[in-house]
Design a protein around this ligand. Structure first.
Ligand SMILES: [Zn+2]
Length: 411
C-alpha cells in the first residue's frame, strides 16, 4: 500500500498523481495551495501496524514512501507515560504524556524528517535543505548525516546557540539569516528551487505531515483506543496537522469509531494560527494568518505559519480548538512537568500542560476526559529558558561537617 497515494490541494481540491509535485498546488500557489497526501482508505490497510518493525515504519502501509528508502536513524516508538501527579494537580481523571523528546535528535520533528528524507532518497535528490526555528533543522541535519546527504540550513539569527551547535556538529552548512523565520523560509524555498535540494521545511512539504501523523498511530496502538483529547504546541502548524490527520485516517479506515478533539497551544506573543482558527470558526476567510512573534518558546515563535490551511481545517474536523498561554505560564509548565513527571522539556514542549489548564478553565476539556499531552522537544535544547528562574545552587566547602544548614537553605 505504501506509495499508493495522490496529492490533493487543500485550497481548490485539485488532485495530482503521486510524486508529480513536490510542495504545493501549482494552481493556488503557497501557502493557500498546501497539499495533503490522500490514500484509498475504504478498508483498513494491511499489515497495519507491522509488528516486526520498531520505528514509525511499522505504519508503512499508511506512509507515502516505502520502508526500503528509510534513513538509518530510528524515529518514532516513543513512550506514553501515565502522569498521576500531574493529573492530580490539574484535577483530571486520566492524563498521559507522549514523550517525543526521546527521538534521535530530541524533538518530535524527527518523525516528519524520517519520511521527508526517505522521499528525497526515493527521488534521488542530491541535497537537503530547510528553514527552521531550530528543532526541524537539527532533525534534518542528523538524519542527513546518517544518510550521507549534504544539508543546507537557514535559521533566523535568533535561534539559540545550543541548537546551532547541534546543526554544526552534524556537519550541516548553516546560514544564520539576519531576519525573521519567515524570511529564512523564503530563502530556503528559493534555494531549493535553484539548486534542486529537497526542501523539508515545515508546512511546505506534505511528506512532513505524513511522518508527524505517526504519533497518533502510536497513541492509538498503545492505548488500544483513542483518548478524548490530545493537546500539542503549535508553531508552524505542521505538527498539529499531522496529529489530526493520523486520527482522521484511523477513523476513515474504520480502525476507530471516533476521533479525539485535538487542541493547539500557541504562545500569546505568537498566535496567528489561534487567531486564524477563530476567524475561520466565525465564518471569515482563513488567509492571511500573520501576526507578531515574540515568545521565550523559540520553537513555536512563528509569526507567519506555513501550514495554516491544514492546521486550521484539520483541527476543525476533530472539533478541537486553539488556546494561548503567556511566557510565565510556559516557564512554570516546563518546571512543573520536570518536577511532577521527570520530563525536562523546552518551554514549547511543556506548552500543552499550560494549555490544558486553560482548556479546563474554559470548559473545552472536562475533568472526566482522558487526555494526552504531546511533549515535543527536550529542555536540554534551550536550558537558558529556565536557568534565570532557578536559584543558584550553593557552593560548599568539600570538608563541610554539617550539611543541615545548607539543606535547610535549599528547601
Ligand atoms: Zn489548488
Amino acid at each position: 500500500m505504501a506509495e499508493a497515494f495522490a496529492l490533493r490541494c487543500l485550497g481548490c481540491g485539485r488532485e495530482y498523481p503521486a510524486w508529480s509535485v513536490d510542495y504545493f498546488c501549482p494552481h493556488c500557489g503557497f501557502p493557500g495551495g498546501s497539499l495533503e497526501i490522500v490514500y484509498d482508505l475504504d478498508a483498513p490497510p494491511h499489515p497495519f501496524p507491522n509488528h516486526a518493525n520498531f520505528s514509525l515504519w511499522r505504519y508503512e502501509a499508511l506512509l507515502p514512501v516505502n520502508l526500503r528508502f528509510a534513513p538509518p536513524l530510528r524515529a518514532g516508538s516513543t513512550p506514553l507515560y501515565a502522569a498521576p501527579q500531574l493529573a492530580k494537580a490539574l484535577g483530571v481523571r486520566i492524563l498521559w504524556l507522549k514523550d517525543d523528546t526521546l527521538q534521535p535528535t530530541s524533538s518530535c520533528k524527527d518523525r516528519g524528517t524520517a519520511v521527508a528524507v526517505a522521499a528525497a532518497r526515493k527521488l534521488g535528490r542530491h541535497g537537503l535543505c530547510c528553514a527552521s526555528t531550530g528543532n526541524a533543522a537539527a532533525s534534518l541535519a542528523g538524519f542527513a548525516a546518517a544518510s550521507a546527504m549534504p544539508t543546507y540550513i537557514f535559521v533566523p539569527k535568533t535561534a539559540p546557540l545550543p541548537k546551532i551547535a547541534q546543526l554544526q556538529a552534524f556537519g550541516a552548512r548553516v546560514f544564520r539569516v539576519d531576519g525573521t523565520y519567515e524570511q529564512a523560509f523564503s530563502l530556503a524555498l528559493a534555494a531549493s528551487d535553484k539548486f534542486g535540494w529537497y526542501n523539508r521545511s515545515d508546512g511546505l512539504n506534505p511528506m512532513v505531515v505524513e511522518g508527524n501523523k505517526t504519533v497518533s498511530f502510536e497513541i492509538w496502538e498503545e492505548l488500544g483506543d483513542v483518548p478524548d483529547a490530545v493537546v500539542v504546541a503549535v508553531g508552524d502548524g505542521a505538527v498539529i496537522a499531522g496529529v489530526c490527520k493520523g486520527f482522521l485516517e484511523l477513523a476513515q479506515a474504520g480502525l476507530v469509531k471516533r476521533v479525539p478533539k485535538v487542541f493547539g497551544v500557541q504562545a500569546a506573543g505568537a498566535a496567528p494560527l489561534a487567531q486564524a482558527f477563530h476567524r475561520f470558526r466565525g465564518g471569515k476567510p482563513l488567509l492571511p494568518a500573520e501576526g507578531p512573534a515574540t515568545t521565550i518558546a523559540d520553537s513555536i515563535c512563528v509569526g507567519k505559519p506555513a501550514a495554516v490551511v491544514p492546521a486550521v481545517k484539520y483541527v476543525a474536523k476533530t472539533h478541537g480548538d486553539y488556546v494561548t498561554v503567556n511566557d510565565a505560564e510556559l516557564i512554570a509548565a516546563s518546571l512543573e512537568l520536570a518536577r511532577k513527571a521527570g520530563i525536562f522539556a523546552e518551554p514549547s514542549g511543556a506548552a500543552p500542560l499550560a494549555g490544558l489548564r486553560r482548556l479546563l478553565e474554559e470548559g473545552l476539556v472536562s475533568q472526566n476526559d482522558r487526555v494526552v499531552l504531546i511533549i515535543t522537544g527536550s529542555g536540554l535544547k534551550a536550558p537558558q529558558a529556565v536557568l534565570g528562574h532557578l536559584p543558584e545552587p550553593p557552593i560548599i566547602p568539600p570538608d563541610i561537617q554539617d550539611l543541615s544548614e545548607v539543606i535547610k537553605a535549599c528547601s
